[in-house]
Design a protein around this ligand. Structure first.
Ligand code: HEC
Ligand code: HEC
Length: 289
């Protein structure tokens, strides 16, 4: 990475202005790719799956799984750059509204689109995500079946402290960076206990218990609070990191889907700095029974 930067700098020697914008654009696209792949895991719901994982030839053309809840039945739509069936014709503002506010062209998106978790994106990171979607995804024509959703009772459930966009400067603080990573990577959207089918961060932060049914079977989200016996309070940092990625539990058993997919296809790309910060933040989650 550093070597490429130096090469770019050398290339632009004597033509400083275009060089700076080139380096900036390259940096933003790399950052966008990192956020999409390592933390936000957009592919998880927006890229179809084949026998060997994501079908990258049809990247971002729509997810394989249908999210079923009392008030909706939806699939992750086509967010490839196709002009008609994807987001190729969308403005940046429309994309921002969908990603961080959960507002689509036809009204509120179902909460299966985790915009609550993405509200934390700094302005720069949100722009980097949008830039990456626009630059890297090959247009794929594919119209997802229209979902069914009802607005009834919709309420956002952001992680406490991550209700809105972070300032870039906040990310210099290790614990705040950890909270940022946890929000964008949706850890607590799965790992908090639920009240009325929604994560109850106020009372059950990290308590676990949510049930996931996948083709591979049933998995129950673990208690990842700092409880010494029921949570991960007694785990060493390295044990915790190994569970997050590549997805090996404390007793050596591989974690089950959906955690295993995230661990292997996404969190594996997490930078050491972000992973350290995430673990430091997890340590601050009060014990939950
Ligand atoms: C956990 C699953 C999940 C993840 C992860 C996810 N999405 Fe979504 N997304 C959905 C679902 C489901 C919908 C459709 C919701 C509906 O139809 O009401 C959606 C809708 C959208 C839409 C609106 C598309 C349209 O045609 O209306 C955009 C844009 C979008 N997502 C972008 C993203 C981006 C960018 C990321 C990563 C930063 C992301 N999504 C991550 C599930 C997800
Ligand atoms: C889509 C839901 C989902 C997301 C997002 C998710 N997890 Fe998990 N996680 C699970 C499930 C389900 C399990 C239990 C897997 C099993 O039983 O093997 C699990 C297991 C774990 C474990 C292993 C615990 C144990 O007892 O072995 C840890 C640690 C963990 N997750 C941390 C995290 C962190 C940190 C994040 C965010 C970076 C995260 N998870 C994101 C669903 C999720």
């Amino acid at each position: 990475m550093i070597r490429r930067r130096i090469k770019l700098a050398a290339l632009c020697f004597g033509a400083l202005a275009p060089c700076i914008s080139l380096t900036a654009a390259w940096g933003e696209s790399t950052r966008g790719q990192y956020l999409v792949e390592a933390l936000a895991a957009c592919d998880n719901c927006h890229t179809p799956r084949g026998a060997n994982g994501y079908d990258l030839a049809a990247r971002f053309s729509g997810g394989s799984q249908t999210f079923l809840a009392k008030t909706y039945a939806v699939r992750g739509g086509n967010i490839s750059t196709d002009k008609e069936t994807g987001i190729g014709g969308w403005t940046d503002d429309a994309l921002r509204a969908a990603i961080v506010e959960g507002l689509g062209p036809d009204g509120r998106l179902a909460p299966a689109m985790p915009s609550d978790s993405y509200r934390a994106f700094t302005k720069r990171d949100l722009n980097a995500v949008i830039g990456y979607l626009r630059s890297n995804a090959t247009p794929v024509r594919s119209a997802a079946a229209p979902g069914q959703r009802h607005d009834a009772g919709w309420a956002p459930h952001p992680l406490p402290g991550a209700e809105g966009a972070f300032d870039e400067a906040a990310l210099d603080d290790k614990i705040k960076l950890g909270l940022y990573v946890a929000s964008v990577a949706r850890c607590m959207a799965c790992h908090s206990g639920e009240t009325d089918d929604a994560p109850d961060h106020a009372n059950k932060l990290g308590a676990g218990g949510k049930v996931f049914r996948t083709p591979a079977g049933v998995a129950i989200a673990s208690n990842i609070s700092s409880h010494l016996s029921k949570g991960v309070g007694a785990w060493a940092d390295d044990e915790l990191k190994r569970a997050i990625t590549p997805g090996v539990s404390r007793d050596g058993a591989p974690v089950k889907p959906p955690m295993s997919t995230l661990s292997k296809a996404h969190f594996l790309k997490m930078s050491p700095r972000d992973l350290d910060a995430l673990v430091a933040w997890l340590r601050t989650v009060p014990p939950q029974e």
